[in-house]
Design a protein around this ligand. Structure first.
Ligand code: PLP
Length: 408
């Protein structure tokens, strides 16, 4: 029997704040009620601020991030169309697999896992495409397998430099609502997310933002679609309804999630993720003497860290010990990285002490797995980082300094 909170430090699903749980503790409601549109129309509009989107629309479908990929592809492309993509982890790989099953001709740039979107190679491919055969450029903003964040503004820049009219499609499943994302400024045409990561909700919604250009492309796209059809969704959303039964409880949760993100302030959300990520990454490198999978520090993700173990150690063993002995869930290494890395998810509703809990449990599990890691080494480094960068979390006017306490 488990006592106390289980530590959920996988890179999604993430911890659900009490406020969101309460917002979803509701009886089921009539999704065709006359006052339902007042709720949905505003939510659809407000979500655009989270994507930093000035035009176009946001859709939500019952589903997950994978459904979001499918919605983006099936609504805007036709079998035989060419797309430019890169693979540097399991999720960028799976998106390419999905494209292939839709009969697309995928021009894939294979990268080493731990690298990000290969900007120079995208530039070359786009410049070489004089006939504009490439209809969409795919980019995984945050590759959750390797803990790598790519530069989407740079992808847009090389598309503009090549004067290339392709759609820019971005997988933001593990970045949006945690890492800065600027749909309109970066000229993103389709951005895909899901409810269970930065939005801090249970799995169950695919959230997809589409630009006006993407919506125009959807008028001509020939791929088969029914459940994910933008057109059907638009017709119904315009009246505040859905073409089929929506996940009303999740939508109520999403309302509260958007409110929480905006009350904290999106920039503060991004800064908090950055600061927590730095604590983890310093613990890994300076405390434990291990390396991160991301090839450079600029690429290191603010939502997930993939930690490489020296050869001779099985990363799955660490994950299993953490789970069984310390009630701590860490992410396993996926595909090519299975057994070589484990991952700490640090996104969503999270603070310093929660991160220290994860680091302490990880450290204990690594020591149990005979890794040469000193007790407290990672925790100590992260503690110092958090102390040095601390800001007040409440408005309590005065915290007595230690000297005064001793003098009392
Ligand atoms: N893309 C990225 C970057 C992901 O991390 C994930 C899942 O973790 C997906 C896509 C697939 O999303 P889902 O599992 O919600 O279908």
């Amino acid at each position: 029997m488990r006592i106390g909170n289980h530590g959920l430090f996988i890179p999604g699903p993430t911890n659900i704040p009490n406020r969101l749980r309460q917002a979803m503790d509701l009886p089921l409601e009539d999704h065709r009620a006359p006052d339902f549109p007042a709720f949905t129309v505003k939510l659809l509009e407000d979500l655009k601020r989270i994507f930093k989107q000035d035009e176009g629309r946001v859709f939500f479908f019952p589903g997950s991030g994978t459904g979001g990929w499918e919605a983006a592809i099936s609504n805007t492309l036709s079998p035989g169309d060419t797309v430019l993509a890169s693979v540097f982890g399991q999720f960028s790989f799976l998106w390419v697999e999905l494209c292939k099953r839709y009969g697309l001709n995928v021009q894939v740039i294979e990268c080493e896992w731990g690298e990000g979107v290969p900007i120079d190679k995208y530039s070359q491919a786009l410049r070489a495409d004089n006939t504009h055969k490439i209809k969409a450029v795919l980019a995984c903003h945050n590759e959750t397998t390797t803990g790598v964040t790519s530069d989407i503004a740079a992808v847009r820049q090389v598309m503009n430099d090549a004067k290339h009219p392709a759609l820019l499609m971005v997988d933001g499943v593990s970045s949006i609502a945690s890492i800065d994302f600027r749909m309109s400024e970066w000229g993103v045409d389709l951005a895909v997310s899901g409810s269970q990561k930065g939005f801090m909700l249970p799995t169950g919604l695919a959230i997809v933002a589409a630009s006006e250009k993407a919506l125009a492309a959807s008028k001509n796209a020939q791929s088969t679609r029914y459940f994910f059809n933008f057109e059907d969704m638009i017709t119904n959303n315009d009246m505040g309804y859905f073409p089929y039964t929506p996940a009303t409880i999740l939508l109520r949760g999403l309302r509260a999630s958007v409110d929480m993100l905006e009350e904290e302030g999106l920039n503060n959300v991004f800064l908090r993720h950055h600061r927590l990520a730095q604590g983890v990454q310093k613990a890994v490198v300076d405390g434990w003497g291990l390396s991160l999978c991301a090839k450079t520090s600029e690429l290191q993700s603010n939502t997930v860290s993939a930690i490489c173990l020296p050869s001779g150690y099985d990363a799955n063993n660490v994950v299993e010990i953490a789970y069984h002995r310390y009630s701590l869930s860490l992410g396993k290494g996926l595909n090519l990285l299975a057994g070589k890395v484990f991952r700490i998810g640090h996104l969503g509703w999270l603070n310093e002490l929660m991160v220290l809990q994860a680091l302490a449990g990880t450290e204990m599990a690594m020591r149990d797995a005979a890794l040469p890691v000193a007790a407290g080494s990672g925790v100590a480094v992260a503690e110092e980082h958090f102390r040095e960068t601390a800001t007040a979390v409440t408005s309590t006017p005065k915290i007595p300094v230690r000297k005064q306490v001793v003098n009392l």
